[in-house]
Write a protein that binds this ligand. Structure first.
Ligand code: SF4
Ligand code: SF4
Length: 373
C-alpha cells in the first residue's frame, strides 16, 4: 500500500498532520517499543538551504521526531553520509547549511562517524557493504527521501536515498566498481535489501526536476507519500512525475530481482500524474533521433546511438570557482583543478555525474559526444 497526503506547504501543522495520517495508515505505532533506537535517514546530498529543494526539508524531520517522541521513543538518530567526507567537521557544516541545527532536530543529529562491514544475502553480487554505524545500530529505520531527478539513475527517490548509508568517499568507489548504470542500480537494489528500511516517507512538497539531484529546478508538488515497500513507493512516485516506471533503471533491476510488487494499492488523498511531466536531466534526455525513425527500427537505433554517443560533463569556466568538490568526488580521479578552474577529460570518464551532483555553483553541464573522443 502507498499512502498519499496532500501537503501544500512546509507549515509545521500541515506536515505534522501528514505524518500522523501516514503513520496511522502504516500502523507504525504497532512496530515500536520504548527501548528501540530509531534511525531517520534524510537526503543530505550536501549542505544547502532547504529552499534549494536538494535535501529533505527540516519540517519533515521535525514532524517525524515529534511523532516518535509522542509515541514514547527517545533514542532517535538523524543520520546520512553526504557526498564528500564522512567526518564530524564536514557533517557539522552540512547539518548547519541544511537547516538542521535547530531545536527539535539538533539534539538528534548523528555524531558517530564510524562504519561497519555488513554481509549481504546469499546469491547477491555484492558480498558485503560498509554501512555507517547509525544504520547497523538502529532497531528501526525510517527512510526520508526527497523527490528528485538524477543525472545517472534518472530519478532519486526511496531506493537511491539509501546510497547515503555508505560512508563518505566510499561512494565514489562504488561508482568505480559499477560504472555501468545497469550494474550500479542492481547494486542499489542489493543495498536496499541489506539496509531494509521499515517505512519510507517521501518529501514531495517541493521536488526537483531537470538537472537533479543538485542542479535542477524546484517544483512545488504539494504532497507526501508513505509506504512500507520502498519499491512500491518508487513506482508510484515515478508515475506521479508523469514518467514511466518501466523506463527507470533501478525499477527494471528491481523487477528482474523479483522485488517489484505485483499489485500496488494507492490510498489516502489519491494521485494524479503531474502535467507537464517532470523535465529530465540533460544527461538522460533523448536525442529526439529515436523518435524520428519508424517504431520497428527504434530499438536498434537506440542501441547504435548508445554505443556511439555518450553524455559527458563539461565545465563552464566562467562559473567554476575552483573549489575542487568535483575532483574529490570523481571515482576515476581524472579531474584536475588548475588556476582555480576544473578540467575534466573524456578519457577515463564513466559518465557517473558525481562531479555535476557535487558542484555547489552548478558549473558543470552535460554534452553528448562520441564515446571516448
Ligand atoms: S568526470 Fe565526472 S562524470 Fe566523469 S567519471 Fe569523473 S565524476 Fe564521473
Ligand atoms: S565543483 Fe564546480 S566550482 Fe568546484 S571546481 Fe568543480 S566545477 Fe569548479
Amino acid at each position: 500500500m502507498v499512502h498519499i497526503v496532500k501537503t501544500p506547504s512546509y507549515d509545521e501543522r500541515d506536515v505534522y498532520n501528514a505524518v500522523c495520517r501516514h503513520f496511522e495508515a502504516m500502523e507504525v505505532a504497532g512496530d515500536l517499543a520504548p527501548s528501540m533506537t530509531v534511525l531517520l535517514k534524510p537526503n543530505l546530498l550536501y549542505g544547502k538551504k532547504p529552499e534549494a529543494g536538494i535535501t529533505t526539508n527540516p519540517a519533515i524531520l521535525k514532524a517525524v521526531i515529534r511523532w516518535l517522541r509522542e509515541h514514547g521513543i527517545e533514542k532517535i538518530v538523524v543520520a546520512d553520509s553526504s557526498g564528500g567526507l564522512f567526518t564530524a567537521e564536514y557533517m557539522r557544516t552540512v547539518y548547519g547549511a541544511s537547516g538542521l541545527r535547530v531545536p527539535g532536530i539538533e539534539e538528534y543529529l548523528n555524531l558517530d562517524f564510524t562504519y561497519e562491514r555488513v554481509p549481504t544475502r546469499e546469491g547477491f553480487t555484492v558480498k558485503s557493504f560498509n554501512l555507517i554505524s547509525a544504520v547497523t545500530k538502529a532497531d528501526y529505520i525510517i527512510n526520508l527521501p526527497k523527490l528528485k531527478t538524477h543525472a545517472m539513475t534518472t530519478v532519486s527517490i526511496g531506493v537511491k536515498n539509501l546510497f547515503g548509508t555508505i560512508p563518505g568517499l566510499q561512494k565514489p568507489d562504488m561508482h568505480r566498481r559499477y560504472p555501468k548504470t545497469e550494474d550500479f542500480v542492481h547494486m542499489l537494489c542489493e543495498l536496499c535489501e541489506t539496509v531494509r528500511p521499515n517505512v519510507t516517507l517521501l518529501d514531495a512538497v517541493d521536488s526537483m526536476e531537470g538537472n537533479g539531484p543538485g542542479g535542477g529546478t524546484v517544483r512545488r508538488t504539494g504532497l507526501t507519500m508513505c509506504a512500507r515497500n520502498v519499491y512500491a513507493l518508487d513506482v508510484t512516485a515515478v508515475r506521479f512525475m508523469g514518467l514511466d516506471p518501466e523506463e527507470m533503471p533501478h525499477l527494471r533491476a528491481a523487477r528482474a530481482m523479483g522485488l517489484w510488487p505485483e499489485k500496488i494499492d494507492v490510498t489516502g488523498d489519491g494521485l494524479a500524474p503531474c502535467s507537464p511531466a517532470f523535465r529530465l536531466p540533460d544527461a538522460v534526455k533523448s536525442t529526439g533521433f529515436e523518435d524520428s525513425v519508424p517504431r520497428l527500427l527504434r530499438k536498434p537505433a537506440e542501441f547504435v546511438l548508445d554505443n556511439l554517443l555518450r553524455s559527458y560533463p563539461k565545465v563552464d569556466r566562467s562559473k567554476c570557482v575552483g573549489c575542487g568538490k568535483c575532483a574529490e568526488s570523481c571515482p576515476q580521479k581524472i579531474i584536475k583543478v588548475v588556476d582555480k578552474k576544473a578540467g575534466m577529460p573524456k578519457k577515463g570518464c564513466i559518465s557517473c555525474f558525481c562531479c555535476q551532483e557535487m558542484c555547489p555553483v552548478h558549473a558543470i553541464r552535460v554534452k553528448r559526444g562520441l564515446r571516448g573522443l
